[in-house]
Design a protein around this ligand. Sequence first.
Ligand code: C2E
Ligand code: MG
Ligand code: MG
Length: 651
Amino acid sequence: MSALTRALSDLLGLRLEGAIGLDERMLHARTTAAIGTVVALAFSLFNLFSEGQFALGLVELGVLLFLLLPALWASGQAQHVRLSENLLLGATVLIFAALVVLGGIAGSGILWVFIVPFVAFFLAGQRRGWWFSGGFFATAAVYFLWLQPLLPLAYPYSATYAIQFLLALLFYTVTAAAFSQLRARFEQQLQQRVEEKSANTQHLLQQLQHQATHDPLTGLSNEVLLSQLLQLAMQHAQKKGSGLAVCHIHLQRFYELCNALGKAGSEKLVRHVAEHLSQTARTHGLLARTGRDEFVMLYRLPADTPAPQAMAHFLSELQLSIEQDGYALYIEFTVGLAQYPEHGQDSHTLLHKAEQAMLQARRYGGQWTTYDVQQDQVFVRHHLLFGKLREALKKQRLQVYYQPQIDLRNGRVVGAEALTRWHDPVDGAIAPSLFIPVAEESGLIRLLTRWLIGECMRECAGWQRLGLDLELSINLSASNLLDPDLLGVLMAELASAGLFPQSITLEITESCFMNAPERAMEILRRIHNSGFKLSIDDFGTGYSSLSYLKSLPMHELKIDKSFVFQLLQSRGDQAIVASTIELAHNLGLAVVAEGIEDEDTAQWLRERGCDIGQGFHLARPMPAAEFLDFVSDRNTAHRAAETIPCNLFIE
Ligand code: C2E
Ligand code: MG
Ligand code: MG
């Protein structure tokens, strides 16, 4: 295209095209058709009944019926908008041609003709508008110059009038084109701006969507996207008849590691871990980051591979040993696995169960486990019990029972073991075997032990004030030994009760040495140095590392009741109990046997030199007041029978 043509087409706005949308075109056509219909109807009626204007009225009526009304109908349908425009343009040409030729009342009809270029540009746009109005102008010129004198019915315009008319028509055509061009340019700019803005908005929206569905640090999917992807993966698995595993991966002690590495170091580590996991995920499924130290992997299970087998294979591939800044970091992790469709049919349930499975694995110290509904119920029960126990402690619903400990050689009550009892107003008596583990896991055991120490030391001081020479055994849990305030509490309660530490034996189990044995030993040494006695409870059921027996300042050893219950029926138990008694004595320790349920067992133990007995045959655990009565009855009976060999116990 030459520069001249380009300049000309720019001047005429010929390249301004397509700015009007379909809806707008329909609106233009409908408006024009509606106005045209009303005006044509009014004028046709007027002209039909005016003198000498019948032909014009007839043309107008014909145009109304055959062009304008169909155009009005077509303007309502998107696919017929072009037809509507053409009908309207046709109607314009016909009506205004008739006005020019027939002249209307006293030749005034021609004055209406100037509207033609406006209608043309309005309806047909810039380029077609030019063609149309140009064509109309040319036809008008041809008409006035050549045709008018030839037509007998034509209105007789003078030549001057015709030229003035043509000049005016040209002027109106240019004006209409200029208006139309301005409008088209404005619309084009508007369109451009709208497009720019919506592209911008689209970009921002995409960014927002990405942020809302991805983890900013690793770029992995987050929980929101994960549940959508899981939904799709389930649909896919259902179609293919294959399985799907949801693996909840928890990085152990990651918080501590991150704290040690600082912000930049920990972010780098997270990216490393994500990369590592992604490599494994690439071949098997999809990875998402759902928390600071948590990832979830969707793992496609081949139709014939059971999940545990696939998991074992997957875990064997997954080693989180990472080298960072010259250090080798090994990150331990726990994995919980839930399977589709066995464990859930929707993403929320599956993700929840995978997390539960991970908690189950953590609780039992395994590296991974599959979701187990029974474990889940246990967990829920534990949690409910925890709430109740807290309440019970707060509302002082717990009680201490005392189980007498009896010197097997002479039958005297030498002391008692303090045992916590809990009677819930709704559930009734709840056994220590149920609530003590809950207290230990939840940390409530510290509060419980503090309460117990205070309670039973006060009781013991009361006995001693009555002149009874009784000692007290208190059970400690492993986590009590990690409580830095334990010794302080013991000393404070001892002082407030006015007791000597020698009256108190603290029972610990072998499990106390499992975690942090050095720390536990140190605390026990301090407790011993403060004058308390120490006893190993449930001896023989724990980890049976005898090394602590020689290195710890123990006073007593309690044979676990499981060896005592069937003592007379089991030669194995007899061998264990007899050698434990001997071992304890050789180490200079007193021996207590618990779980004595009959006189024959008591006799057997007595003959083997066991020092102290505890069991339902001798006495059950009882409230403080009952214990006091029991002691006075028993020790009075004992004094009366001091001369008789002691083998009879009051039941
Ligand atoms: P444990 O310290 O070995 O206490 C002895 C348990 O054996 C008590 O059970 C007692 O009732 C039971 N027992 C004693 N003689 C017999 C018998 O002849 N036959 C039978 N079948 N059982 C006998 P209990 O009170 O149910 O306590 C169970 C365990 O709960 C205790 O074992 C102890 O480890 C723990 N526990 C109880 N109260 C407390 C507490 O206040 N603090 C802590 N840390 N643990 C406690
Ligand atoms: Mg005990
Ligand atoms: Mg015991």
